[in-house]
Design a protein around this ligand. Structure first.
Ligand code: SF4
Length: 414
């Protein structure tokens, strides 16, 4: 018996996240195909429909810090649940590799859970996910018998059938299968994130995607549509880093969707400089109700600090095009980072207010890609202090969120 567990993150500060952990569900597909008995336990899910607001997570940050430092009874409760399943191997995931920008995690949460599982007598505990892949320190961490770097891939079958320990490289993920949601605990988690590609060729300084998957891999168009069909949902979230990166492929997806007479609406991610009139026509025709655009800031100095390689003009053009085609707008806004000041935040705040978006995803510059992301979180007050950004901006940005229909399309908007 194998347990794949998604370590808690939001439950550490009084909320939860019912989004199925996509990388573990891909891993689950490889195990299922090989007939290996397993369960995917999402330790961040509670199946509760009510969520605290982002503001509350910010205010509960001390609870999160305590848990990251190991002071949380949740690790012990989870160990009880896992021991009950009598696994030989437990794989602890912290932070999704495929959706690093959507499914958040914390490396210490995974490691704390792993060491409690070892104390509880689990034979083999392996670490997996963005953090064990990226931070050398976990290679020698005693709580893990081994760590799985990269992946997910079908190599997981050999790993669980053998008794390998230490560092095991699963190799790069290939989007060539459909994830399995049938072995998830709790059942009926949100499973509306579908991907048609992974990775990103851009190099924004704050983004984990650039480190985890520096080149892009594309799924076969029909496999992607098969995946959408298998979810049996009228509304999905396309989790590709930049769904609009290849105009011709987008048109091919649109054509095949029509030929297959598929009927679904979606929200997707995009970069402002990939949105053209033709791309927006295709998106609209395909059933796109909103695009999440990575604006982050409209200040040139802040954009340069991020290595974003966009500018205010490109942001304006994207907004005009999306509005022209009646597509909703979800803006990513970043607080903190080199070049970010209260003045650049104010400039960005005024711009966002003027375009009246449907929703704003507000992040505090979090992952310190060079050192240790111990207390990093996108709702992180210490991050604001570090960059000398007044915390009132965090709350003012959040006030720009409208409770429009677009925000209800998917609970993945953040
Ligand atoms: S373009 Fe988007 S996904 Fe790519 S590195 Fe920048 S923020 Fe990350």
């Amino acid at each position: 018996m194998v347990v794949l567990v998604n370590a808690p993150m939001f439950r550490l500060c009084g909320s939860h996240n019912d989004r199925a952990p996509l990388s573990l569900c891909y891993m689950s597909r490889y195990l299922k195909k090989a007939g290996i008995d397993h369960t995917v336990l999402n330790a961040d899910a509670t199946r509760t429909k009510t969520y605290w607001k982002w503001e509350r997570l910010y205010e509960n940050f001390q609870m999160f810090k305590d848990a990251v430092d190991g002071n949380s009874s949740l690790y012990y409760e989870l160990a009880e649940q896992i021991v009950d399943l009598k696994p030989d191997t437990v794989i602890v995931g912290s932070g999704d590799i495929i959706l690093s920008y959507v499914c958040l995690g914390n490396p210490y949460s995974g490691a704390n859970l792993a060491s409690v599982l070892k104390k509880a007598g689990i034979k083999r505990v392996l670490g997996f996910g963005q953090y064990v892949t990226m931070w050398e320190k976990w290679k020698s961490y005693k709580g893990y018998d081994g760590i799985l770097i990269n992946g997910p891939s079908e190599k997981i079958v050999d790993v669980v059938c053998g008794d390998n320990k230490g560092v095991i490289d699963l190799g790069r993920f290939e989007p060539n299968v459909i994830p399995n949601f049938d072995d998830l605990v709790p059942s009926n988690q949100t499973s509306d994130v579908v991907i048609s590609s992974v990775g990103c060729k851009f190099r924004c300084e704050f983004c984990l995607a650039r480190k985890l998957m520096p080149d892009m891999k594309f799924a076969n168009v029909d496999l992607f549509l098969d995946d959408v069909e298998s979810r049996n949902k009228k509304k999905i979230f396309i989790g590709d880093t930049i769904f609009t990166i290849d105009k011709n492929r987008l048109m091919e997806i649109c054509r095949r969707k029509e030929e297959r007479k598929m009927n679904f609406e979606f929200v997707c991610e995009s970069r402002v400089d990939t949105l053209t009139d033709e791309v927006c026509v295709t998106l609209k025709k395909m059933g796109c109700v909103a695009v999440k655009i990575g604006v982050e800031s409209v200040s040139q100095v802040a954009l340069e600090g991020m290595g974003k390689k966009t500018d205010r003009e490109k942001c304006n053009t994207a907004v005009v095009l999306l509005k022209k085609h009646g597509i909703g707008i979800i803006v990513y806004a970043m607080l903190g980072g080199p070049g970010c000041t209260n003045e650049t935040v104010e400039e960005t705040y005024n711009w966002i207010k003027s375009i009246e978006p449907d929703w704003v995803v507000v992040s505090v510059w979090s992952d310190d890609l060079g050192s240790d992301p111990k207390y990093d979180a996108h709702f992180n007050p210490t991050g604001l202090k570090k960059w000398d950004v007044d915390e009132s901006w965090f709350f003012k940005m959040l006030e720009l969120r409208k409770n429009s229909d677009v925000s209800k399309v998917s609970n993945l908007i953040g």
